[in-house]
Design a protein around this ligand. Structure first.
Ligand SMILES: Nc1ncnc2c1ncn2[C@@H]1O[C@H](COP(=O)(O)OP(=O)(O)O)[C@@H](O)[C@H]1O
Ligand SMILES: [Mg+2]
Ligand SMILES: [Zn+2]
Length: 511
């Protein structure tokens, strides 16, 4: 007899329906899985066989053929254990007259017959639309995660026996409800605050603009000037995540297997700081079983690359594409999958190998050739994509003594939130969050300049030999500066401040 069971597979962050067809017929006992299964799916046979026996059911001594359709999609992972087991029990009449059309099953079986959690349950649950009244049967440990989707009835199960009892009406389970959609942010516990950083008022202003508009930023200064300290405090001034954004970030973490059962939502903006020995693959994502890389895990938050020139050249080059497109495409043997890569880059570097180029008191000991080679590690196209370049000078002793009143992160964040609200309203119909995400078309529409402004940018363009990309990026920053000032129009002063943040373009004239 033939049984057809619905299941789901993940392609990138997209759920795809898989039909698990199980045929049990007479003939020599055997158990085959076809339909482009990888090794981990083929291993499913041993788990399913043992789990069925250990759950008190009968494993048929017959010819069993399992087909996973559509056949052209590569199937990975142990998630088909449960639908295959259910298919065998239905095909052998051990589950009688089940109404399975609205049911979808995903889960890894242990040899005992209990169910284990799987990565990617949240993006799978987002496959369903709320008007179909589907049921999604998942291991209990991922149930809260699945229920975040709200468009499907999630049935949480612990073991195979429980699934059978539910389907046969012996012990029907109620769909999981998420009681409290208000998610808990942990950011407040983190006590890193801008108030701890003395001086650097100009740098803090630049970081405030970066946070308000989601712009990339580079901190340039000698060792010990506080670059790392400042970067680590950036999260404390970024606007809080909205529920929709948190859901999107959680989908990525779910597919990477980084969520846990009790706290399934990523409620705070991510801060990813990969080591400078990181490979391009770990940054961009990929592998045999595709996984999102650091650029995707930083979506909605910050990718921090400390000491930028220390990173491998190919890694830095690989960053260019996601920085431009805000998505990353990982090619694999079978297909290409796309993940979001919508992060804010925060990077730091010394101005030269010794670190003291441009310092008021200490002399730089590098040769022009050394400096050029050091700078050349970061190519022009990458620098072009870093909108705000900030010089972080060494703090002098008397600045420390002054202990002038420094603003707390909370105060800065308030202004950032206000400016972000303006942006959210502006881009509502485009589904965008901040100025950094504007397409060239939107830049044209929302960043028009006065006559003064036009002349100013023309001058800057000629003197700094800016690229067209830098041109658009300057306009975006000017837009953010105007938003922080609650000004509809971009005034010449906003533009002038934006241009001033391209210090490396200026400095390149002097080296
Ligand atoms: N502006 C500052 N205010 C307070 N402490 C500072 C400041 N700048 C540097 N420091 C101190 O110096 C240490 C080194 O700073 P760090 O951020 O690691 O420098 P960099 O990354 O620029 O080399 C910090 O941990 C901090 O204790
Ligand atoms: Mg540092
Ligand atoms: Zn030097």
């Amino acid at each position: 007899m033939l049984a057809i069971i619905n299941s789901l597979a993940l392609v990138g962050l997209q759920g795809e329906r898989i039909q698990v067809e199980v045929d049990v017929s007479g003939g020599l006992p055997c158990f085959d899985i076809v339909g482009l299964p990888d090794a981990s799916v083929r291993e499913s046979r041993e788990r399913v066989r043992t789990a069925i026996k250990n759950s008190g059911f009968e494993f048929p001594a017959k010819r069993i053929t399992v087909n996973l359709a559509p056949a052209d999609l590569k199937k990975e992972g142990p998630g088909f254990d449960l639908p295959i087991a259910i298919g065998i029990l239905v095909a052998t009449g051990q589950i009688e007259n089940p109404a399975l059309n609205d049911y979808y099953f995903v889960g890894e079986l242990s040899l005992e017959g209990t169910l284990r959690r799987l990565p990617g349950i949240l993006p799978m649950a987002c496959y369903f639309s709320s008007d179909n009244f589907n049921f999604f049967v998942v291991p209990e440990d991922c149930a809260l995660e699945a229920a975040l989707a709200e468009t499907v009835k999630v049935i949480a199960v612990n073991d195979l026996g429980q699934v059978v009892n539910h389907l046969t009406g012996v012990d029907v389970l109620e769909p999981v409800k998420v009681e409290n959609k208000n998610f808990i942010s942990h950011a407040a516990k983190d006590d890193l605050d801008f108030a701890e950083v003395y001086g650097h008022e100009g740098v803090k202003r630049g970081l405030e603009i970066a946070a308000a508009g989601g712009h990339n930023v580079l901190l340039l200064g000698p060792p010990g000037s506080g670059k790392t300290m400042l970067a680590k405090r950036m999260l404390s001034i970024l606007p809080s995540l909205q529920f929709e954004e948190a859901l999107n970030v959680s989908k990525i973490y779910s597919s990477a297997g980084l969520l846990n059962g009790t706290n399934p939502l990523v409620a705070d903006r991510p801060f990813r700081a990969p080591h400078h020995t990181a490979s391009a693959a770990s940054l961009i994502g990929g592998g045999k079983v595709p996984k999102p890389g650091e650029v995707s895990l930083a979506t909605g938050g910050i990718l921090f690359l400390d000491e930028l020139p220390e990173y491998r050249r190919d890694v830095l080059e690989a960053l260019r594409q996601p920085l431009e497109d805000r998505v990353v495409t990982v090619s694999r043997v079978a297909a290409a999958v796309t993940y979001p890569a919508d992060f804010m880059l925060v990077a730091s570097m010394n101005p030269c190998p010794c670190g003291f180029l441009g310092d008021a008191e200490k002399e730089c000991s590098c040769t022009p050739y050394q400096i050029q080679r050091y700078r050349a590690k970061i190519s022009g196209p990458l620098l072009d994509r870093i909108d705000i370049q900030l010089e972080v000078p060494r703090i002098r002793y008397k600045d420390l003594e002054q202990k002038s009143i420094t603003e707390s992160s909370k105060d800065i964040k308030e202004r950032v939130e206000k400016a972000r609200k303006i942006q959210r309203m502006r881009f509502k119909k485009y589904g965008l969050e901040c100025n950094a995400q504007m397409t060239p078309k939107l830049v044209k529409k929302y960043c028009s300049l006065s006559q003064d402004g036009k002349e100013l940018i023309k001058l800057a363009f000629e003197q700094l030999a800016l690229s067209m990309r830098a041109h658009d990026r300057i306009l975006k920053i000017a837009r953010t500066i105007a938003d922080l000032a609650d000004s509809q129009k971009i005034e010449a002063e906003h533009l002038a401040e934006a241009i001033q943040y391209r210090i490396l373009d200026k400095q390149s004239m002097f080296i």
